[in-house]
Structures are given as C-alpha cells and as structure tokens.
Design a protein around this ligand. Sequence first.
Ligand SMILES: Cc1cc2nc3c(=O)[nH]c(=O)nc-3n(C[C@H](O)[C@H](O)[C@H](O)COP(=O)(O)O)c2cc1C
Length: 198
Amino acid sequence: MDNTLMNNLLSLIKHRRSIRRYTSQQIPREALAQIIEAGLHAPNAGGGQRSMIVGIHNAELAEQIGKMNLAGFNRANLAGGHVSKEQPSIIDNPSLKSGFYGAPTVCAIFCQERFLYSIPDAFCIAENMVLMATSLGIASCIVARGEDTFRSEYGKTLLEQWNVPEGFVCRAFVLLGYVDGEYPSAKTIREGRSVIVK
Ligand SMILES: Cc1cc2nc3c(=O)[nH]c(=O)nc-3n(C[C@H](O)[C@H](O)[C@H](O)COP(=O)(O)O)c2cc1C
C-alpha cells in the first residue's frame, strides 16, 4: 500500500462516525452488496468463517426489528454518562421509538452462540462494513442487543425465513442510510489512551 492510500485510510477511519439520524432515502442494492462483501472479508478467529450476515433492505421491516431491539434495552443497566450530543442515542433520548433510529437498511450479523470468539468475529465484520459504507458515502451505526432482539416467536420465525442455522445468535447490527442533517466532525481522542514502547 502506498502512502497516499494509507493516509486516505486513516482519513476515512477518522471520518466514520455513528449516525443516529437518517433520511428515508434507501441505499442502492449494489452498495449494500459491497458492504456485505467487505464484512465477509473480515478477519475471523481460526479462519473458520463461522458468521453470517442478513441484509434487510426494507425500511418497514428494519423499523419493526428496531422496535424489537429497543424492547430489549434495560435502562437499569445504564453505566451513566451520555453517548452523543450531536447524534443522541437511546441512552440520551428516552423518547426514541426504535433502536435503529429510522435507518432504512439494517444488517444483522449472526454467529454460533457457543463459539468462544463469536463476539469479536461479529464486531470485526461490523467494523469492515461501516468503513466500507463510509467510503461509499453511506452513513452507518453499529448497534448491540442482537441476542435479545429475536427472542420472540416472531423473531424466531424471521430467523427461519432467513435460513439462519440452528444455534446461531445475532451478535450485532449495522445500520445503513443517509445522514439527516449535518454529518458530525471527527471526534476528539482522550489523552493517555496509547503508548509506544521499545
Ligand atoms: C460494541 C459496540 C456496540 C454499540 N452499540 C450501540 C447501540 O446499541 N446503540 C447505538 O446507538 N450505538 C452503539 N454503538 C456506537 C457507539 O455508541 C459509538 O461508536 C461511540 O459512541 C463512538 O462514536 P463514533 O462511532 O461516532 O466514533 C456501539 C458501538 C460498539 C463498538
């Protein structure tokens, strides 16, 4: 990789922010396919490629699942503090109705529940996907609570429809769409979070 590419990658990484305000404009199917492809190429424990991605390219269904995701959110477990002033999360704003903030496309990442590294595998996939999305000018946000989202009978029916194998659980979501309003600037990094030793 030449220096220009590396500098571009760092700029892209810094530019990516979690977006929690979306317009209703749907993303192109080809872009979704590329974002999923980037996810499938993520590093994964033991090279086993044990995870699966379901792309929900349907705003209505995404909204419905977003409400199921919020239902599994327990305010009693809050660690405190706020997440974002620019893009308030469900922690910051209790009046939000969906854990997916109206994103018109959502990808669910499923992994083997009993595999020790299924959580890191899922979030490596998610990170590849949000970076790919950013490079395509598509806004994104990684969202948790996948494990609780599909516990209902309806949730289980969806997994059957999507051919999610038995023993798999949703570890993460990637929301996709276009930012409504201003895109946030790069964040400030707290001091003392890294050290280089010899
Ligand atoms: C493991 C993980 C879980 C997350 N879960 C949620 C979530 O459930 N809801 C949400 O709005 N954001 C979620 N986020 C996004 C973080 O809040 C966000 O990355 C963080 O505030 C830093 O902001 P930035 O992504 O804009 O740099 C999650 C991020 C990670 C890495």
